[in-house]
Design a binder for this molecule. Sequence first.
Ligand SMILES: Cc1cc2nc3c(=O)[nH]c(=O)nc-3n(C[C@H](O)[C@H](O)[C@H](O)COP(=O)(O)OP(=O)(O)OC[C@H]3O[C@@H](n4cnc5c(N)ncnc54)[C@H](O)[C@@H]3O)c2cc1C
Length: 433
Amino acid sequence: MAWDFETDPQFQRKLDWAEAFVREEVEPLDLIWPHEQFVPPDPPRRAVLDPLKQRVRDQGLWATHLGPDLGGQGYGQLKLALLNEILGRSSWAPMIFGCQAPDTGNAEIIAHFGTEEQKRRYLRPLLDGELFSSYSMTEPQAGADPTRFTTSAVRDGDDWIINGWKFFSSNAATAAFLIVMVVTDPDVGAYHGMSMFLVPTDTPGVRIERNVGLYGEPLDGGAHALIHYDNVRVADSALLGGAGQAFAIAQTRLGGGRIHHAMRTIGLARSALDMMCERALSRETAGSRLSDKQFVQGYIADSYAQLQQFRLFVLYTAWEIDKYNDYRKVRKDIAAVKVVMPTVLHDIAWRAMQVHGALGVTNEMPFFTMIHGAGVLGLADGPTEVHKGTVAKQVLRDYRPSEDLWPSQWIPKKLEAARAKFADYLEHEVGNQ
Ligand SMILES: Cc1cc2nc3c(=O)[nH]c(=O)nc-3n(C[C@H](O)[C@H](O)[C@H](O)COP(=O)(O)OP(=O)(O)OC[C@H]3O[C@@H](n4cnc5c(N)ncnc54)[C@H](O)[C@@H]3O)c2cc1C
């Protein structure tokens, strides 16, 4: 019997340390530098950040999902999930622990598919937190459907020339390099005709036309770049993992990225539930505390149940990734986790907001940011609808159509079969009556 819901005591001590460290040392950064996680730090800021990162390293919690050869502990996804649910409530914590999106996903694919030279040039400094990266896949005319991507790279001697537009390349403005997904062979279709290139952001012809902001951010004051790749020349050595492999690589990257978002979402949703409960116990109206009102009890119970279901599903999926070491085998559950993630965060944050009354909708509480974040989670790394399609297709693989007009569970048919099975007994029974 191998099922086990316990965390080993040694790792639990590390989690306890992380819990206190994030609360006392990292969460204050969310307030003083709320939007600057991906801005390369100047020396005074490094004087604050570097010692915090060092303390994480001293605890052996830096980039825990990576193997020792890459500076991590090889803890795998399950332990990362337990850690990430602590980090998820702080926007700075993933950075301080070396596991922030989109860099983790980008690091993972360079680790898997990169040449030694690519690892030396990009992976090491990325893992050391020395530089940032951006993933440049979505195009203005096409996001969810990669078969509609048109940005291309064509051969020119030993080089490639990239032309086209990319949209929503997060953090491109502060990234040192871009991982660009382009069409290299239009004749064989998107799944085998696209490739990925590692392109330094300062390569001539890489032009950020706009930095699109999310709701609440100023126009052109955001982090999601519209990029024009205008005759960008790169050497063959910029190719990641071989020509035609982009789609397979993207699955690795996006699979990891999606589950990491889910791990952090547990932490965020839990913090909303914590605030909801505190408020319910603190506020009195119409003769009793909010916690005594049945509607509010319903909010709390529904939120707790939703969070527990989600958390166990995420932990199980992380366990599966460690077990199979192959994202393709866990595709169904990663997609299903991705589908429920926005709803869980939205619902819990919405109820917490409601329980706080007017204060809940102000910018003095974080609920609307969370609800907006839930909207983002339903789009980034693919829209919910597409993931539902993936789940359904994967689920349906285990089923076969009925062999005749009636469903296999149609009771008259089953009854007939049951009667045939026990015909001798039934005959005997009737004979005795
Ligand atoms: C905050 C944020 C960060 C992002 N970061 C990056 C990044 O770093 N790099 C990058 O390359 N991209 C990034 N993206 C882009 C993201 O991957 C795309 O937004 C996503 O894939 C959807 O593409 P789209 O926006 O073009 O929507 P579309 O593909 O136009 O889809 C629009 C809507 O149509 C519906 N729809 C689409 N397809 C189907 C279908 N098959 N079945 C049913 N309904 C469907 C859905 O309702 C969907 O929301 C980011 C997005 C956000 C919001």
